[in-house]
Write a protein that binds this ligand. Structure first.
Ligand SMILES: Nc1nc2c(ncn2[C@@H]2O[C@H](COP(=O)(O)OP(=O)(O)OP(=O)(O)O)[C@@H](O)[C@H]2O)c(=O)[nH]1
Ligand SMILES: [Mg+2]
Length: 279
């Protein structure tokens, strides 16, 4: 081991698995070099990326690995029995499952959707993506007494106009994990994170303008990630960030009709008044 390798205080090995062309290689290159290639080629064999990050003043080395399902049967490595791919190797235990994948393909009023079937991918990714992954991870998590962290959304319990399908997918996710929590009992901890608006590409200028939500304060990705890690360490069952968003729950319980009126005014009536004034 050289000096660089011995310096890190933690070493995490992350294996990224999934069907062909779902974005595994791009996830690695985004993580290691902050690069994205819209015309990436299918991976032959395996791919490694390493990144050293500092968390709470400690150096953490993350080694990410991916291979392609296609390579398992078709690749030269597979045919020649190259040691690069080792069939039947099961790896270590699964201690944490983080369900993070989400998309929002349409931001607008439900009545303005022209083709409803185009929206089913939102449910496929946001709900079924986490459900399938959890299903396959559960036996391993039971063995390790592991933990599931699911990144849901405030939209799962707080109705915000113009993102009805997205909110519905997140509410389904919340309900699924609350039910699963009862089923698996104390063996697997389940933490559901319900962030408000976070500064990711889902909330870029184009999306927030379409949703008339430019004025809603956004939490930075770094602040949100730190809040999630602290919450996981505490073992919270739920965590909402930013913390002021929790007050919305009280509003919803105490005065739902007033809240609906305010939401309608802020996201539907007021933007219409503004656009009439500007035209
Ligand atoms: N819009 C968008 N497209 C993506 C994203 N990730 C991947 N893609 C698209 O999907 C294609 C395949 O991505 P890869 O990262 O090569 O997929 P892979 O899972 O490594 O595929 P195999 O190596 O064949 O298993 C890319 O060339 C992009 O066109 C993403 O985050 N957003
Ligand atoms: Mg690949």
């Amino acid at each position: 081991m050289d000096e660089q390798e011995t310096r890190e205080e933690y070493l995490f090995k992350i294996v990224v698995i999934g069907d062909s062309a779902v974005g595994k290689s791009n996830l690695l290159s985004r993580f290691a070099r902050d690069e994205f290639d819209a015309h990436s080629k299918a991976t032959i064999g395996v791919e490694f990326q390493t990144q050293v990050v500092e968390i709470d003043g400690k150096e953490v080395k993350a080694q990410m690995k991916t291979d392609s399902p296609e390579t398992r049967t078709d690749s030269p490595e597979m045919k020649t029995g190259s040691p690069v791919y080792r069939p039947g190797k099961t790896g270590g235990s699964v201690d944490f499952l983080v369900n993070n994948a989400a998309i929002s393909s349409f931001v607008g009023l439900f009545e303005d959707i022209t083709r409803v079937p185009d929206q089913t991918s939102v449910m496929d990714v946001n709900f079924w993506g986490s459900v399938y992954t959890t299903h396959f991870a559960l036996p391993h998590l039971r063995k390790s007494k592991g933990k599931i962290i699911t990144i849901c959304s405030c939209g799962s319990w707080f109705a915000t106009p113009r993102v009805s399908i997205y909110n519905a997918s997140k509410e389904a996710l919340l309900s699924f994990f609350e039910t699963l929590r009862i089923e698996v009992g104390s063996e697997i901890d389940i933490s559901v994170i319900t962030p408000g608006l976070v500064g990711t590409r889902l909330t870029n200028k184009e999306h927030t303008e379409k949703a008339n939500a430019q004025w809603v304060p956004k939490l930075s990705v770094e602040a949100c990630a730190k809040a999630i890690v602290s919450s996981a360490k505490r073992g919270d069952k739920y965590m909402t960030a930013p913390s002021w968003a929790k007050t919305l729950f009280l509003w919803k319980m105490l005065c739902p009709e007033i809240l609906n009126y305010i939401m309608h005014f802020a996201f539907i009536s007021w933007p219409k008044i503004l656009s009439k004034r500007n035209n």
